[in-house]
Design a protein around this ligand. Structure first.
Ligand SMILES: *Cc1c(COP(=O)(O)O)cnc(C)c1O
Length: 386
């Protein structure tokens, strides 16, 4: 059930009724949102954004109405970048870019910029997003599949890879949003010639990250960092320089690096929200604290799944994701009945992706631990009554 945020009566309210509208909004029950993306955001972030929609600080102009060239927004963008660098420990020889087009455009931009005609790019195929990334690279140049877990519907992370002789780069997907698997650490044994490229859309900033191990990391914001519409790219500056110069201006990383992501109008609201999310992560204690929190949340679900005689995890032990926990009853009708019953109790977004079926609980950084506890209690009750 989609909750109604405001009754039509409230929407028609006159300015003098603003107070009652505020009260009504405050009373709106926010349900447990297990959506895979766009996903739940910290409530304090949403509240601050709500205030600043009308006036950013005391500027008298809302955040969405400020020029990206004006001082107030420039300060937002500068803080977003500074906090991003601080949280992840990003060295000075890496660029931080705020782009558009989602992770999906990065599937193309990476090979267009960084895969020379005489080289090969290696891809680790651990899910549908990895397959899509590979498809785009194939249309640009030579590729090699270093490993795949397609044989078991991507329910595990392969233990070893077989790389090509001299790859330009090695691309992997750190968290497989659809299949509920996650690399526990970076792939090893990367040939010396290659730099590592990572699609970290669904686990970026969920745990500490050693940026030095990477040539380029990209992530659509809508899972762990903010709203949809902004894509974070962290990349070595020498790779920015080395990029193909014969591309459309907007498709070259250098365009965005040279113009501090303001060659054209950037997604200002998305960058603002990302800044607020970075502040929130910092206030929680940074990426190490995020990891502790995420591990604890995921353990509550996985421990229950281990003990349950009704539900079981679809990910192989050792490959399970701390961001997207996928599980099934083994019976499609029961799965559907569970999802329906859960919806009715205010647990939304639990239906698994059609390629896996069953259920998926997405529990990104901002998802509250109490929501996971509540879900497990609900699953126990459902199991007892089944
Ligand atoms: C969601 C997701 C994408 C797609 O991101 P868009 O921003 O919609 O292009 C790509 N890769 C992974 C791992 C994802 O989770």
């Amino acid at each position: 059930m989609v909750p109604r945020l405001r009754s039509p009566k409230i929407l028609r309210s006159s300015p003098s009724q603003t107070v009652s509208m505020k009260a009504a909004l405050a009373m709106t029950r926010r349900i447990w949102n297990f959506s895979a993306g766009p996903a739940v955001l910290p409530e304090t972030v949403l509240e601050e954004a709500r205030e600043n929609l009308l006036s950013l600080g005391n500027t008298g102009v809302g955040i969405c109405e400020h020029s990206h060239r004006g001082k107030p927004f420039m300060a937002v963008a500068a803080e977003a970048e500074a906090l991003c660098r601080e949280l992840a420990g990003i060295p000075d020889d890496y660029a931080v870019l705020f782009l558009q087009g989602g992770a999906s455009l990065q599937f193309s931009m990476v090979p267009m910029n960084l895969l020379p005609a005489d080289r090969t790019a290696d891809y680790l195929i651990t899910g549908m997003w990895a397959e899509k990334a590979l498809k785009e690279a194939k249309s640009v140049g030579k590729t090699h599949v270093a490993c795949t877990s397609k044989d078991a519907n991507f329910n595990y992370i392969p233990e070893s890879c077989s790389y090509s002789d001299n790859p330009a780069y090695v691309h992997f997907t750190s968290n497989n949003t659809i299949f509920g698997t996650q690399f526990q650490s970076e792939p090893v044994g990367i040939p010396g010639s290659a730099f590592l490229v990572c699609d970290a859309s669904s686990d970026i900033f969920s745990r500490p990250i050693d940026i030095r191990k990477y040539g380029l990391i990209y992530a659509g914001a809508q899972k762990n960092l903010g709203p949809s519409g902004v894509t974070l790219v962290i990349m070595r500056k020498d790779l920015v320089e080395a990029g193909n110069k014969n591309l459309a201006t907007m498709l070259q990383y250098r365009t965005h690096a040279e113009n501090e992501s303001m060659y054209n109008t950037p997604p200002t609201f998305g960058i603002y929200l990302m800044m607020l999310v970075f502040r929130w992560i910092k206030a929680q204690g940074g990426l190490a604290a995020m990891e502790t929190r995420n591990k604890a949340k995921a353990a509550v679900l996985y421990d229950y799944l281990k003990s349950s005689s009704l539900f079981k995890s679809t990910a192989k032990p050792g490959s399970g994701s701390q961001m997207n926990v996928t599980f099934v009853t083994g019976n499609e009708d029961k799965d559907n009945a569970f999802v329906k019953a859960a919806e009715a109790k205010g647990f939304s977004g639990l239906k698994g992706h059609r390629s896996v079926g069953g259920m998926r609980a997405s529990i990104y950084n901002a998802f509250p631990p109490e929501g996971v506890e509540a879900l497990v209690q609900f699953m126990k009750d459902f199991e007892a009554s089944a």
